[in-house]
Design a protein around this ligand. Sequence first.
Ligand SMILES: *Cc1c(COP(=O)(O)O)cnc(C)c1O
Length: 418
Amino acid sequence: MDQKTLLQSDPEVAALVSSEESRQFEKVRLIASENYTSRAVLEATGSVFTNKYSEGYAGKRYYEGQQCVDPLEELAISRAKALFGADHANVQAYSGSPANLAVYFATLKPGDTVMGMALPSGGHLTHGWKVSITGSFFRSVQYSVDGTTGLIDYEKVRELALAERPKLLICGATAYPRILDFAAFRSIADEVGAVLLADMAHIAGLVAGGAHPSPIPHADVVTTTTHKTLRGPRGAMILCREAMAKAIDKAVFPGLQGGPHNHTTAGIAVALKEASTPDFKAYAAQVVANAKALAGHLAGHGFKLVSGGTDNHLILMDVTPRGMTGKSYAQALDRAGLECNYNTVPDDPRKPFDPSGLRLGTAAVTSRGMKETEMKFIADCFNRVAGMVEDVDGLDRLAAEVREFCAAYPAPGIISRH
Ligand SMILES: *Cc1c(COP(=O)(O)O)cnc(C)c1O
């Protein structure tokens, strides 16, 4: 019997875990899809539920011994339905991408037409982008944002839908800083007889906390990851109307997956409980307030914000007016202790591997209790890095300052530093 700790059993991996913990504690983390889960979520995700197989659904499993898994999964499902006001929830999809693929499998045949937002406009790979299975096994038609305003032109989406008649229409984004008009997508879907999928992977926490309108009343089916603004473990959920419940469940299992990751289900259940509290509502509102504050200060430093600002947790900005490209700037920022990702901007003249922009998000810093004042410090750091992209000593000195700054903000789940 092996009861060694990770450190005793595998010092190499233990050291990497410990370094990653320090790295996450010492940096200003602005990657829009990331967050800090709570200690409770980490504990549930690291539990013995990882040992259990439970293909099927509660009450209809293919293995025995489901006395604890069945109530766990039902708890996660009932919390998901209550939090988002959905008829039905499936919590088994391994992550956001397979959740979307399950919706394709439930609603389309190979070669059917799907319509989603193009990747360079802020759509996700799984919304029909050509290198994805969703863009090669299906006939994919893509809409884009307007190159000048950075906004979705709903009339253009409608015209394209009328011309192409998709069976599945997808809204939702991975890099769109404005509120999505789910009602407009609903009426377009109705006009062409399409199933409407809203992918709220990025904004689920804002929706749960009342800081962004919900797609649930409008969409036939809603997919989401659980690890972005929602602040749960890496995983996904599919929420849908009763009429689609059976098809969705069948598409996830046995259509696409085998045994669900029960340890993830445990983490999701805990995260959903946390997301239904007044504290979480305050967090969601602060995420948006922080994004607006950060956007304002960055604009003041001469960065060009796509769409002119933000309504959610996310900022997309063109850094070329400051004489830089996205990649070299993101790398310099990382060296200085500020973590984000380079990103294309609408109608980007540059290549995706070194585009014109950066994407930033405020979920993780908000989870550490940072507010508008701290956003000013962060924006000022961006300005300082812009003035010394090649000065490695200067960047290292700033990184020390950033470490000191971060030390004052407890990071959920990182108990070694409290
Ligand atoms: C992150 C994201 C996904 C995919 O999630 P993974 O868990 O990385 O597979 C799908 N859709 C959108 C809009 C996303 O932002």
